[in-house]
Ligand binder design. Sequence first.
Ligand SMILES: Cc1cc2nc3c(=O)[nH]c(=O)nc-3n(C[C@H](O)[C@H](O)[C@H](O)COP(=O)(O)O)c2cc1C
Length: 164
Amino acid sequence: MKKINIKEAKFNPFTLLSDDWGLITVCSGDQENAMTISWGGFGHLWNQDVLYLFVRPQRHTYAMLDESVVAVTFLEPGHRKALGYLGSASGASEDKISQCGLHAIRDEKGLYFEESAFLFTGEILYRESLKEDAFLDPSLVKTFYEKGDFSELIVFSVKEVHVK
Ligand SMILES: Cc1cc2nc3c(=O)[nH]c(=O)nc-3n(C[C@H](O)[C@H](O)[C@H](O)COP(=O)(O)O)c2cc1C
């Protein structure tokens, strides 16, 4: 992959998440995992380029966030099946990376795939669970958090952007 200046990155931040879907990857020692994401955003905060991620506490990825190298990657078109698998199976019970049908690469940038079109590396700056009493529209809580498993907002500072 080729490192680029983030200002040269060309993509639609809305469709990339909501339509194409991304992956949060985590690796630590011999542990590695990836989960599909479609909630989040690209932005600018505290004078840094950031990604906003929303991860529910029951995800295996969530449990690995603290001790892992964390990255966010978006695949080239045509890998819906792998994204569906990584977005339904849990790394707590299976080795998703070897079973997803993608070709994993692990180097100093973290964990990504030969099939990656974009790779965002960086570090987590802030984590905080969403709170029921902060919702101004209570129907969102009923629709998305009936079990009380409020997503954690994660602010990920983007240090490098790599493209295929
Ligand atoms: C299209 C799609 C988007 C998803 N987006 C999110 C998300 O933004 N946040 C989240 O916590 N889970 C999301 N999920 C669910 C996780 O990817 C799923 O629970 C996954 O199995 C978790 O894997 P893990 O337990 O190995 O971490 C999404 C799933 C799909 C299929």
